[in-house]
Design a protein around this ligand. Structure first.
Ligand code: GDP
Ligand code: MG
Length: 441
């Protein structure tokens, strides 16, 4: 992705503002990136449409760094889509004992996630948790939960041979009430694929337990399949959230976006490994970064920006050397100064400017003054800015009045411009290097 976007942004930065065509070109690349990250085609399409609409809006056309704008808009839109309502980590567990139903395909990480969440509830919220395995298909699965329970110090419902899942769910409920547990978690059986029996069983358990939370566990590496699974589980059982496992793997995280866009279900947690602490609440920023390879892009945008500024500085340099330092230049210098910590900071970085800096200091020259002077320049016409020599009495009066200041204020500005202009010329003769190194850019 980054390589491809790099090309696009290189092109964008040459222009200064985003046209509709620019956006469209960039979006083609973003679309490929999304598909590569396993985002489903219809979701990628919808997403691009939304971003395109925002990107061709006013905010972008007035932007000086279009690349950054595009990245930001894409990034923001990703986060907006990924973020669900409310705090993903806050499980509804008031009214003890609160049942939590864990569903999902076999091998998705249900049992592991059940134990991870139980440990989290115990460690972080001091809850007493009871875990029960309803996986009657595989006796080893019940053993697995018991072993994990012992490992993390969370009780598991004793295993009784020959019971069906609904009976186990009932027993868990009774045991949780009698034993004074805050939460009981039901780890259901999974299959390799969704089938009628799996759904019927989960639905029967759901009807008995009336869970406060039904968490669907899906393998984050399975991409589009994970979304189909989620859709089906939600239709048939109803889920309150999704846990994406194996996000420690090299999946691109696109499943998360499709999941949100298609099912509308909030992603609550992500599994980040096999260890019992390897679970985190879902953070849209992280997944968004992963989908876009954001780290790279940010670096890229910064580089692009530097190039842009260097080009501008160089262009300005050339004009200064020819003694062309007009009011527009002065204005952009002043704006730069405000950005860079005011007059003093700026001057101290420029060779030969120390003396003037001192003078300005003595004159009480601060940021407010700079702002007022920018206002004066803003009152000038285009021609006047390009050629301050035009400024005779009547024009001066108009400009001063236009910015709510006195002609004497304008005269001070003009004097400063002259001084700077002379200094620039001298610097110009000294050669390009001196000024560049002085930190004009
Ligand atoms: P279940 O069949 O849905 O109950 O799945 P399990 O909980 O038994 O998990 C299947 C395998 O996936 C086990 O080896 C787990 O250790 C592993 N696993 C579960 N969650 C994660 C995860 O977030 N990251 C990684 N790397 N492995 C995981
Ligand atoms: Mg299991």
């Amino acid at each position: 992705l980054s390589e491809r976007l790099s090309g696009v942004f290189d092109r964008l930065t040459k222009q200064g503002a985003l046209s509709e065509d620019d956006v469209r070109t960039a979006m083609r690349e973003v679309r490929v990136a999304l598909l590569e990250a396993d985002v489903s085609l219809p979701v990628a399409r919808e997403f691009i449409k939304a971003v395109e609409k925002k990107a061709t809006g006013a905010a972008v056309t007035k932007s000086v760094t279009p690349g950054q704008q595009v990245v930001k808009i894409v990034h923001d839109e990703l986060i907006g889509t990924l973020r669900g309502e409310g705090d993903p980590g806050a499980l509804k567990i008031d009214n003890p004992p609160a049942p939590i139903l864990m569903v999902g395909l076999q091998g998705s990480g249900k049992t592991t996630t059940t134990a991870k969440l139980a440990k989290r509830l115990k460690d972080r919220e001091g809850k007493r948790v009871l875990m029960a395995s309803l996986d009657t298909n595989r006796p080893a699965a019940m053993e697995q939960l018991a072993i994990l329970g012992a490992q993390i110090g969370v009780d598991t419902l004793p295993i009784v041979k020959g019971e069906d899942p609904v009976a186990i769910a009932k027993r868990a409920k009774t045991q949780a009430s009698l034993g004074g547990y805050d939460v009981y978690m039901l780890d259901t059986a999974g299959r390799l694929h969704i089938d009628a029996e799996l759904i019927a069983q989960a639905a029967a358990v759901r009807d008995v337990a009336k869970p406060r939370e039904t968490l669907l566990v899906v393998d984050g590496l399975t991409g589009q399949d994970a979304v189909n699974v989620a859709q089906e589980f939600d239709d048939k059982i109803g889920v309150t959230g999704v846990v994406l496992t194996r996000m420690d793997g090299d999946g691109r995280g696109g499943a998360a976006l499709s999941m949100r866009a298609i099912t509308g279900k909030p992603i609550r947690f992500v599994g980040l490994g096999e260890k019992m602490d390897a679970i985190e609440t879902f953070e849209p920023e992280r997944i968004a970064g992963r989908i876009l390879g954001m780290g790279d892009i940010v670096a890229l945008v910064e580089k692009a920006q530097e190039t842009l500024e260097a080009e501008q500085a160089e262009r300005m340099m050339k004009r200064f050397q020819k003694g062309q330092f007009n009011m527009n230049d002065l204005k952009s210098q002043m704006e730069q100064m405000l950005k860079m910590g005011g007059m003093e900071g700026m001057m101290s970085m420029m060779p030969g400017m120390a003396k003037m800096s001192k003078q300005l200091d003595e004159a009480g020259f601060d940021d407010t003054v700079i702002r007022r002077q920018i206002a004066l320049i803003n009152s000038m016409t285009k021609r006047e800015r390009a050629n301050p020599g035009l400024l005779q009495a009547s024009r001066k009066k108009r400009i001063a009045a236009g910015s709510g200041q006195e002609v004497s204020d304008l005269n001070k500005l003009l004097k400063m411009h002259r001084q700077m202009s002379d200094a620039m010329k001298k610097l110009g003769k000294m050669g390009k290097k001196g000024l560049m190194k002085g930190g004009l850019g």
